[in-house]
Design a protein around this ligand. Structure first.
Ligand SMILES: [Zn+2]
Length: 556
């Protein structure tokens, strides 16, 4: 590549540079010119080409590495959750809410600010972690909100308790009305409604909550702050509040107000009919995945097969270990999954689905195999592989599924850092044998599968907390050591959330590693992350976050 070496805008010197190049080289110094990396090498060589206009930053041995590309994140949804009374969704996470009376008090405070009929939306608690180890009841929610629909959504977002005013949107007034919906989605226990709604019916009801543009813009900026503080320079935006959110995110990226590079899936958090309609429009018009520029691109056509790993509600082949009778959530059956994958592939778009449990993942793999089998020539097979079809989360697998993915270049985006927050529960839900292949990024890398790692924020850990999860597999909330069968090295963990994530959006040639000619998306850590005890990874702070050659964040 031809670069004008007459000056360097910014020179990072005396550091430990994790380049993530093909040899995992470690360098000392990096030069940035404009929005690109123009030099990688030794401090001595870089100092030869700096001039009086160059800003020189002495890293003093700290780590410089590519910005984190969090391949599955929800910028708007994540930022909507807040303790502020006027926020789109009220935070009911464990730091605010430890028991049912606290949960009700938090919701009541918001209800009191609303006009009758206005929604109160909230998210964050987990029934198993509340002191009472249960959900709020329908009667409890009705008592604090007789005139407002209330959504008391759990942390994983796959189920929620609603009050009677909210159930009216479903025309559910008594237990008999639950029969209008797929079995188990409007929950009835001992002949009574509990207020719990699961799966697609829950997502449809969620779609009735109105979130305003100012609320969504504010949310995106809140997530931007979280990204910058945690060294995240790119995100895969894997679903928001349908078309209004797509519109808002495009405007924010175009105006440059949202600086984090975004790869936005066509997927609505409100569920199947919304996402299908979005995908159909896109494919019918002949658009393909990747349209856009390095700030904003349209990502895969996404759908959602099963539930969450917490809860748990994901679709497993064998029953859960902690409760063999606990139901799982299946939104898409096998045949329709296979047919839909073929349709997306035929439109030459990237396909992906939320698939958490091994049964859901198997259906994805079978769908890809069916589409791959229709390729008649080597050129068609190569084109299929080049689409880099994905699977979101891909948590519960086995070696056979991994090997089949490898043959077709299926690229899972895995929340492999999740154990740091919920590992003890996950071990209980799936038992020791399945835990060996939970978030199996080590086996995926060994099989040649280009996996990435993600936070799924607001659901999981971000930045170095996520890297800590991948390396240590230690539940820091429950003080519990999970199986380390799938633990990866620090360098592997960094590769998963930088270059491999860039590969999944077809951008490995422009970002994801520290190499000359690539976009200057760089982060500086507060220490040498390769020299520290790996148990201290969760303590790593980000000193600088640079995007597009500009330092957008400096730690105070
Ligand atoms: Zn997600």
């Amino acid at each position: 590549m031809n670069f004008d070496f007459s000056y360097v805008d910014i020179a990072f010197v005396n550091g430990k540079v994790i380049t993530v190049d093909k040899n995992d080289s470690i360098a000392e110094a990096v030069g940035v010119k404009g929005n690109k990396i123009c030099f990688v090498g030794t401090t001595e060589d870089l100092m030869k080409i700096v001039d009086e206009k160059t800003k020189v930053i002495d890293l003093k041995g700290r780590t410089l590495m590519p910005g984190i590309n969090d391949s599955h994140y929800h910028p708007i949804l994540n930022g909507m959750i807040s303790s502020e009374l006027d926020s789109a969704m009220i935070d009911t996470g464990l730091t605010r809410v430890k028991n049912i009376p606290q949960l009700l008090a938090v919701l009541k405070e918001v209800v009191d600010t609303k006009k009758p009929g206005q929604w109160v939306s909230s998210m964050g608690y987990e029934a198993t972690k509340l002191e009472e180890q249960r959900y709020p009841t329908l009667a409890e929610l009705d008592a604090i909100a007789p005139n407002n629909p209330v959504q008391a959504m759990t942390a994983n977002g796959h189920n929620s308790i609603y009050n009677s005013k909210a159930l009216e949107y479903l025309k559910v007034y008594g237990p008999e009305d639950a029969k209008k919906y797929p079995e188990g989605e409007v929950v009835v226990v001992n002949g009574k409604l509990t207020g719990e709604v699961r799966g697609h019916t829950h997502f449809w009801l969620w779609g009735q909550v109105e979130y305003t543009e100012p609320q969504q813009r504010k949310a995106a900026f809140k997530s931007q702050k979280q990204c910058l503080e945690n060294g995240i320079t790119s995100v895969g935006d894997m679903g928001e509040c349908d078309a209004p959110s797509y519109h808002i995110m495009q405007k924010l990226c175009k105006s440059g107000e949202f600086k984090i590079r975004s790869y936005m899936a066509l997927h609505s958090i409100f569920g199947k009919p919304y996402s299908l309609e979005d995908n159909e429009h896109w494919m019918k018009l002949g658009f393909v995945t990747g349209l856009g520029d390095e700030h904003f691109r349209v990502g895969p056509c996404k759908f959602m097969i099963d539930g969450g790993s917490g809860g748990p509600t994901c679709w497993t082949r064998e029953p859960y270990s902690h409760d063999p009778n606990a139901p799982s959530e299946h939104g898409w059956e096998r045949e329709e999954t296979i047919a839909y994958i073929k349709e997306v592939d035929a439109h030459e778009c990237q396909c992906t689905s939320h698939a958490m449990g091994d049964q859901a993942i198997e259906h994805m793999v079978e769908g890809y195999e069916a589409a791959f089998a229709e390729c008649k020539t080597d050129a068609e097979r190569e084109a299929f592989k080049a689409r880099r079809h994905r699977i979101e989360h891909c948590m519960l697998v086995d070696q056979d599924l991994i090997d089949r993915m490898a043959k077709m270049n299926i690229c899972p985006s895995v929340n492999a850092g999740l154990q740091v927050r919920n590992g003890k529960n996950l071990a209980r839900f799936y038992g020791p044998k399945r835990e060996e292949y939970l978030g199996a990024v080590k086996s995926m890398l060994e099989a040649g599968v280009v996996a990435s790692c993600h936070s799924d924020a607001p659901s999981g850990p971000v930045g170095f907390e996520m890297i800590d999860g991948m390396v240590n597999r230690y539940d820091r909330r429950a003080n519990y050591q999970c199986s380390k069968a799938q633990a990866v090295t620090v360098l592997q963990a960094i590769r998963l959330c930088t270059l491999n994530a860039a590969y999944q959006s077809y951008e490995e040639n422009i970002k994801g590693s520290v190499e000359v000619g690539k976009l200057a998306d760089l982060i500086v850590c507060d220490r040498d992350v390769l020299a520290i005890d790996t148990n201290d990874l969760h303590k790593v702070k980000i000193d600088y976050t640079m995007i597009d050659g500009k330092i957008e964040y400096t730690r105070a």
